[in-house]
Design a protein around this ligand. Structure first.
Ligand SMILES: C[S@@+](CC[C@H](N)C(=O)[O-])C[C@H]1O[C@@H](n2cnc3c(N)ncnc32)[C@H](O)[C@@H]1O
Length: 245
């Protein structure tokens, strides 16, 4: 079947298979809170990659195609975008993908066993410009500590935004918990963008800020608690001009 699926003209990778080869990637209803059993969820035991705020699923799908040996769970709070992600992943027969409607914080807090995840990706979390919505921003000291707690030793976190003020916040907070490096230049695996929002931002000439890190080894629990207690919440002005670099 021809693949007419694109993000701003950039094709979604993969081939649409005949219907008898489609996968079932939607988790229609999550179980009550408690540790998810990854081998049961995916039908096999493999390292798990999380995409928090996966939107239309472009990163999850691309990564699942390129790395069939990894299990991928994408989550988002918006059912509409998840429908796109699910259809695309199903049609590509991606048995190593699951998609669920839940917030990123809630997933980590309520469902993920500590030290069980290989990679956690967050691409373009909503900056929420309206001050009344600031409390909804995903990346907070508590969230970063949860990411750290869920990652296996040596696991990878990837954070990306096109909002300069959000990046300024992230680049201050993330290195407290992770050996964190800022990355420059396009992703080698996806020069036009790993996600729909990245492709859109590039088209608009917006700056893209990205970094990745691994949990700092030997950080005592008291130090992590202190970081959570003392670091400011992300209450920056998201409309501030470019001060992120
Ligand atoms: C700007 S879009 C980016 C989507 C995708 N990651 C990309 O880069 O194209 C932000 C996404 O995060 C979702 N979102 C907002 N708050 C969230 C939360 N607390 N947990 C999970 N997803 C969230 C939104 O529904 C939206 O799909």
């Amino acid at each position: 079947m021809p693949n007419s699926d694109t993000d701003f003209g950039v094709p979604i990778p993969g081939r649409i298979l005949p219907p008898d080869q489609w996968a079932k990637t939607a988790i229609k209803r999550l179980p009550p809170p408690g540790p998810l059993d990854w081998p049961v969820l995916f039908g096999r035991d493999a390292p798990v990659v999380l995409d928090l705020g996966c939107g239309n699923g472009r990163f999850t799908i691309t990564s699942a195609l390129a790395r069939p040996e990894l299990n991928h769970l994408g989550v988002d709070i918006l059912p509409l975008v998840l429908r796109y992600a699910t259809r695309r992943a199903n049609q590509r027969g991606l048995a190593n993908v699951r998609l669920a409607a839940i917030g990123g914080y809630e997933l980590l807090d309520q469902y993920v066993t500590p030290a069980s995840i290989a990679e956690i990706h967050v691409y373009h979390p909503q900056p929420y410009q309206d001050t009344r919505q600031h409390h909804r921003r995903l990346i907070t000291p508590e969230f970063l500590a949860l990411v750290r707690q869920c990652l296996a030793p040596g696991g990878l976190v990837v954070l990306q935004t096109d909002n300069p003020a959000y990046w300024q916040y992230i680049r201050r907070a993330a290195p407290l918990l992770f050996d964190f490096e800022e990355l420059t230049g396009p992703w080698p695996d996806a020069p036009q963008g790993r996600t729909r929002r990245e492709i859109y931002a590039r088209r608009r000439g917006l700056p893209i800020f990205r970094g990745q890190g691994r949990p700092k080894p030997q950080l005592p629990p008291e130090r992590i608690a202190e970081i959570i207690r003392t670091q400011t919440a992300p209450d920056f002005d998201a409309r501030r001009p470019n001060r992120g670099r």
